[in-house]
Design a protein around this ligand. Structure first.
Ligand code: PLP
Length: 375
């Protein structure tokens, strides 16, 4: 009981740090409430706002590239993987020897748990955060310390470093922007962490949602450091969750350790679509703005009705629904809107993926009905 109360207090502190949001500074989306948009959504079946997927899918050029390469998929096309790796490395300003492609970022995340955590090398993560790494490390016998996010939604890097020292951590996980909150950990905090963490504790920065935010990547630092691993994915902003493509960037020694668990050629459709995405001018900025606009309009709508959200710079946000999160999620699903779940630390706070304007109009309709407020 008391832990629920203090969790709730920490959530409210966090939510109170500002609904001004992303710094991208976009106004509300007025078309979001159009009845025609709502009707179109209802006809299309349940609205899926649960897995932080892109409602837009791969860019048209990426779809065309994936379709176009199917005829050649009798071959592994290793050179295509090399081309994609080189383009990614050039765009990020890092050496191609520090880039390795995987079928999604789940793969290197899982490998990191296997390679760098054990019964004698623990893991430090935030709470709440994306759980798959911590779950795998715990299942393999590693001590996993969960450090609550700071009141401003950032990772509490000082407490995380203390925890890393205490448990002799092999790995520290920092998700920026964080999933499920979408909250940001400033570059200065990450710099402090890198300067003060124990030498044997590697830092894994998961930038799955970075393209939605106004934050700078830490990826360039893999050129100077051998204890930093940065993950990216094509599943989120590029809309390729079902195609499977991700990147691990690190010192070649760290990449070799990840690769020690074996190789697996990539689907050529993912490679073709990934390359086309990287080469599509303006795609990142356009999708980032679109997402921020719809997210901000939704968060403002919720705020006006007394429901607070953690400030987010991602394609998801968390809202305090002031009642049991699981029951609330079930009630939304009954109305055709499937949202994400709550995390144990905040049982009354649920994660919602940012969909299209029409999907978020359906979300508002269902939300208003479930909690009994005016739409
Ligand atoms: N990292 C974070 C923070 C995520 O939220 C996800 C998926 O939701 C992943 C990694 C894994 O994504 P994928 O394997 O599709 O790249």
């Amino acid at each position: 009981m008391s832990s629920t109360v203090s969790s709730r207090r920490s959530f409210l502190q966090l939510a109170g740090t500002g609904l001004a949001l992303s710094g991208i500074g976009l106004g509300p989306a007025t078309a979001a409430t159009a009845p025609a948009a709502r009707a179109a959504t209802a006809a299309a079946g349940p609205v899926l706002l649960n897995f932080n997927e892109s409602p837009y899918g791969p860019a048209p050029a990426a779809q065309a590239a994936a379709r176009g390469i199917v005829a050649e998929s009798g071959r592994y096309l290793f050179a295509l993987a090399g081309e994609l790796r080189d383009v990614f490395a050039r765009q990020e300003g890092i050496g191609a020897e520090r880039v390795r492609l995987y079928p999604g970022s789940s793969e290197p995340l899982n490998r990191a748990a296997v390679v760098w955590t054990s019964a004698t090398a623990g893991l430090v993560v935030a709470d709440p955060t994306f759980e798959s790494l911590g779950e795998l490390a715990a299942a393999r016998g590693a001590t996993v310390v969960k450090v609550p996010l700071r009141a401003d939604g950032a990772h509490d890097v000082r407490a995380m470093v203390e925890a890393a020292k205490r448990i002799n951590a092999g790995l520290l996980y920092l998700c920026n922007p964080n999933n499920p909150t979408g909250s940001i950990t400033p570059a200065d905090d990450i710099a402090w962490l890198l300067a003060n963490k124990p030498a044997q504790t590697r830092l894994l920065v998961d930038e799955a949602y970075l393209q939605f935010s106004a934050q700078r990547s830490v990826i360039a630092q893999v050129m100077q450091r051998d204890d930093l691993i940065v993950l990216r994915t094509f599943s989120k902003l590029y809309g390729m969750a079902g195609l499977r493509l991700g990147v691990a960037a690190a010192h070649p020694d760290r990449l070799r350790e990840l690769a020690s668990l074996g190789d697996n050629p990539l689907p050529v459709t993912a490679l073709a679509a990934g390359l086309a995405s990287l080469r599509e001018p303006g795609l990142v900025a356009q999708r980032r703005e679109q997402n921020a606009q719809v997210r901000q309009a939704t968060v403002e709508w919720l705020g006006k009705r007394g429901f607070r959200c953690v400030p987010s710079e991602a394609n998801c946000f968390m809202v305090d629904v002031q009642r049991d999160g699981a029951a609330f999620t079930a009630a939304m699903a009954e109305r055709g809107v499937v949202i994400g779940r709550s995390w144990p630390i905040w049982p009354q706070v649920v994660r919602v993926t940012v969909g299209t304007e029409a999907e978020m109009a359906a979300f508002r309709t269902a939300f208003a009905a479930v909690v009994g407020v005016n739409e």
